[in-house]
Design a protein around this ligand. Structure first.
Ligand SMILES: Cc1ncc(COP(=O)(O)O)c(C=O)c1O
Length: 378
C-alpha cells in the first residue's frame, strides 16, 4: 500500500464489535480477565497495552516502514525511554551541534548524571563525524534532519555507514520531515524518534512522542521499558494523533508549497540577511535533501539584518503567524529560538544566533502569510 492509504488504514480496521470505521477511544485503565492469567487479546492494564494506542503504534510502524512503533506521552518521554534502553553508564553518544534544545538538555542535564556522556559534532561535516566516531567510540549517533532550528541537512545514508562501521546505532529524529517526506529507516537508520506533537498530530491539540525501530532487535527491551517506566500515550491522545496522521500527506504537500513561497520572498527582502530552507538551491544541503526527501517541509528560519533586538521585535509583530513554541500545526507560528525553544542551549555548542527567527509555515493562504511577514519586517 502507498503512504496515503497506510495513513488511513494501517492499524485502523473497522472495529470488530460494532463496525465503527474509526478506532474507538478505549478510555479504560484495566480489563476483565477470564480467570487468573486469562487475558482477552493480551490486554491486562493500559500502561502495558491499550487498543487505541496500539492502533496508533501499528499505523506509525507502517508509515516509517519499521518493525514496531511505541507511542509515548511526549517526544521527550520517547527519547528518555530509548536512551535508557540503549545506553549504559560509561557509554558515549555523538549528538549534533545543531538540534532541538530539549534533546540537548536531556543529554546535558539528565543523562550526564547517570554516566552517559555526549560529544557534539557538526553532522553535515561527515569527515568530522567519522573522526569523532573513531576517537570516542560512541554507543550511538543521534541525528536530526532537517535540524531544529537551522534546517541543516544530514546525509542519513552516509551517517548510517559511519555509525555501523564503528559498531554504533544511528537514531534519527524525523520530527521536522515526518515519514511522508523522509523515511530514515529505509536509508539505514536503526531507530526513528518523533515528537508526534508536531506534523504527525498536525493540529496543535495534543502532545505526544513515538519511537519506531527497524527490526526486532530492541523490540522486547523497549516494550519492557515503555511499560516499566510508564510514559505512555493516553487513549485520547493516541486517538487525536491518529486522527491527525490520516491527513499527513496532503498537509505536508501544502506546508512545503507554502514554505517554499515564504522562503523565496525572504531571500529577496532587504531586512533579511540569511534564509535557511533546504528547498533553496543555494542551501548547502539542497542536493542531499533532494535525494533523501520527497519535498522540503514547512519550516523556514531566517536572520534579521538589524540584529537580535530587531529579530525579537519582528517575532512579536506578526498578526497571522502566532508567536509561540512548537511547530507543525495547520496554523502558522513564529518564534525567537535563542530566547524560546533553544534557551536551554545558551552558552553551549548548540547555542543559536540571537538574530534568528523560526517559522512554522501553516496551511493558510500563502499570499496572506507573505503579506503578514512583510508588514512585520517593515
Ligand atoms: C525536533 C524535536 N524533537 C523532539 C522534540 C520534543 O518533543 P515534545 O515536545 O513532544 O516532548 C521537539 C519539540 O519541540 C522537537 O522539535
Amino acid at each position: 500500500m502507498k503512504f496515503e492509504t497506510q495513513a488511513i488504514h494501517a492499524g485502523q480496521d473497522p472495529d470488530p464489535l460494532t463496525g465503527a470505521v474509526v478506532p474507538p477511544i478505549y478510555q479504560v485503565s484495566t480489563y476483565k480477565q477470564d480467570g487468573v492469567g486469562g487475558t482477552r487479546g493480551g490486554y491486562e492494564y493500559s500502561r502495558t497495552a491499550n487498543p487505541t494506542r496500539g492502533a496508533l503504534e501499528e499505523c506509525l510502524a507502517a508509515l516509517e516502514n519499521g518493525a514496531r512503533a511505541f507511542a509515548f506521552a511526549s517526544g521527550m518521554a520517547a527519547e528518555d525511554c530509548l536512551l535508557r534502553t540503549l545506553c549504559r553508564p560509561g557509554d558515549h553518544v555523538l549528538i549534533p551541534a545543531d538540534a532541538y534544545g530539549g534533546t540537548f538538555r536531556l543529554f546535558d542535564k539528565v543523562l550526564s548524571r547517570w554516566g552517559v556522556s555526549y560529544g557534539t559534532v557538526r553532522q553535515d561535516d561527515l569527515d568530522a563525524v567519522a573522526s569523532a566516531a573513531a576517537a570516542r567510540k560512541p554507543a550511538l549517533i543521534w541525528a536530526e534532519t532537517p535540524t531544529n532550528p537551522l534546517l541543516s541537512i544530514i546525509d542519513i545514508r552516509a551517517l548510517a555507514e559511519i555509525a555501523h562501521a564503528h559498531q554504533a546505532l544511528l537514531v534519527t529524529d524525523n520530527t521536522f520531515a515526518s515519514p511522508y517526506l523522509q523515511r530514515p529507516l529505509d536509508l539505514g537508520a536503526d531507530v526513528v524518534v518523533h515528537s508526534t506533537t508536531k506534523y504527525i498530530g498536525g493540529h496543535s491539540d495534543v502532545v505526544g512522542g513515538a519511537l519506531v525501530v527497524k527490526d526486532a532487535t530492541y523490540v522486547a527491551d523497549l516494550a519492557f521499558n515503555q511499560n516499566a517506566t510508564g510514559g505512555v500515550a493516553g487513549p485520547f491522545d493516541a486517538w487525536l494523533t491518529l486522527r491527525g496522521v490520516k491527513t499527513l500527506a496532503v498537509r505536508m504537500d501544502r506546508h512545503s508549497a507554502n514554505a517554499a513561497l515564504v522562503a523565496e520572498m525572504l531571500t529577496e527582502h532587504p531586512a533579511v540577511s540569511a534564509v535557511y530552507y533546504p528547498g533553496l538551491p543555494g542551501h548547502p544541503g539542497h542536493q542531499v535533501a533532494k535525494a533523501q526527501m520527497r519535498d522540503f517541509g514547512g519550516m523556514v528560519s531566517f536572520r534579521v539584518a538589524a540584529g537580535a533586538d530587531k529579530a525579537v521585535e519582528v517575532a512579536g509583530r506578526t498578526r497571522l503567524f502566532t508567536l509561540g513554541e512548537s511547530l507543525g500545526g495547520v496554523e502558522s507560528l513564529i518564534e525567537h529560538p535563542a530566547r524560546m525553544t533553544h534557551a536551554s542551549a545558551s552558552g553551549s555548542p548548540l547555542e543559536v544566533p540571537g538574530d534568528l527567527v523560526r517559522l512554522s509555515v501553516g496551511l493558510e493562504d500563502p499570499g496572506d502569510l507573505i503579506a503578514d511577514l512583510e508588514q512585520a519586517l517593515g
